[in-house]
Design a protein around this ligand. Structure first.
Ligand SMILES: *[C@@H]1O[C@H](CO)[C@@H](O)[C@H](O)[C@H]1NC(C)=O
Ligand SMILES: *[C@@H]1O[C@H](CO)[C@@H](O)[C@H](O)[C@H]1NC(C)=O
Length: 267
């Protein structure tokens, strides 16, 4: 609700552009292709092997406009191909984990995920086509029963260099800022986006740390507070810590056409 208000306030400032609407979801047309499943999952976002855990391996390599220099990492998209003779109505939901320079498609999928765009008996036909027309829209990420977690990235060097990434990022927003502070203080120090989904800082605070994330999309944002000792004083490379919070908000986008209907996912 908060986001709706913000969006409409934004719109009033932009009344010179009356074709812009507030959307839960914008509908886009594009193309998708696939890479062979033998290709290692080691995407630009830096999730490494966790990419396969995030969404049962239904991850996507995304073009520059979706990847957005890492801001788009962890975003969820519903993709369906548009040939009614071959394609399923529901398509497939993917999580962005990698970047492609391709200017022919907005998404490149693992072949197993690509096949899921087809009707059950038609996946080999689809795979033979190689590149197909699609509709896609951003969707909220849903990780039922899971909090967002903080993983200490492999480029960290205890205690002088801290790099983190967030796994199981729910909702439909972008993480635009990350700050840490010693628990119970307001000495917030900011991290910067290192690459992909990885945020880093030199000389992190000593002792247990709280985090806060500045989360936004388009018009305005808010802070998500992970209070308490989210990171212990002896944080370790590769360890995963529970943030104790989850993002559920859906940021409004400005676009036309809107498509707020969920596709029939039961098919
Ligand atoms: C797409 O990329 C290729 C090489 O990566 C380039 O030769 C071509 O001009 C590009 N096409 C467009 C439309 O930008
Ligand atoms: C999520 O965080 C809350 C604290 O905010 C905690 O009580 C709960 O156990 C956590 N859930 C999971 C699944 O870890």
């Amino acid at each position: 609700m908060e986001f709706k208000t913000l969006c409409c306030a934004g719109l009033m400032l932009m009344f010179f552009f009356p074709t812009v609407f507030c959307c839960d979801r914008c509908l886009h047309k594009s193309k998708v292709s696939y890479y062979s499943s033998s290709q290692t999952v080691n995407g630009a976002c830096g999730y490494e092997s966790f990419a396969t855990a995030l969404n049962r391996g239904n991850v996507a390599t995304a073009s520059a406009k979706i990847y957005r220099e890492g801001v788009g990492c962890g975003g969820c998209y519903q993709i369906r191909c548009t040939d009614p003779a071959i394609c399923s109505k529901s398509g497939v939901k993917v999580v962005v984990s990698d970047f492609t320079r391709s200017n022919q498609t907005d998404f490149v999928l693992p072949s197993s995920t690509f096949s899921m765009l087809a009707q059950p008996t038609k996946s080999s036909m689809l795979v033979k086509m190689g590149i197909v027309d699609i509709e896609y829209k951003r969707m909220p990420c849903e990780y039922p029963g899971k909090n967002m977690t903080v993983k200490i990235d492999k480029i960290s060097n205890y205690p002088n260099f801290l790099a983190v990434q967030f796994l199981y990022q729910g909702g439909q927003t972008d993480i635009m800022g990350v700050e840490v502070a010693p628990v119970g203080t307001s000495n917030w120090k900011f991290m910067t986006r290192n690459h992909g989904a990885v945020w880093s800082m030199q000389q992190p605070p000593e002792g247990p740390m709280s985090l806060r994330l500045h989360v936004t999309s388009g018009y305005d944002g808010f802070w998500v507070w992970a209070k308490g000792a989210v990171l212990p004083s002896d944080w370790k490379v590769g360890s995963i810590y529970d943030s104790g919070v989850q993002i559920k908000e859906i940021a409004q986008e400005g676009c036309s056409p809107c498509d707020s209907q969920d596709w029939d996912l039961s098919l």
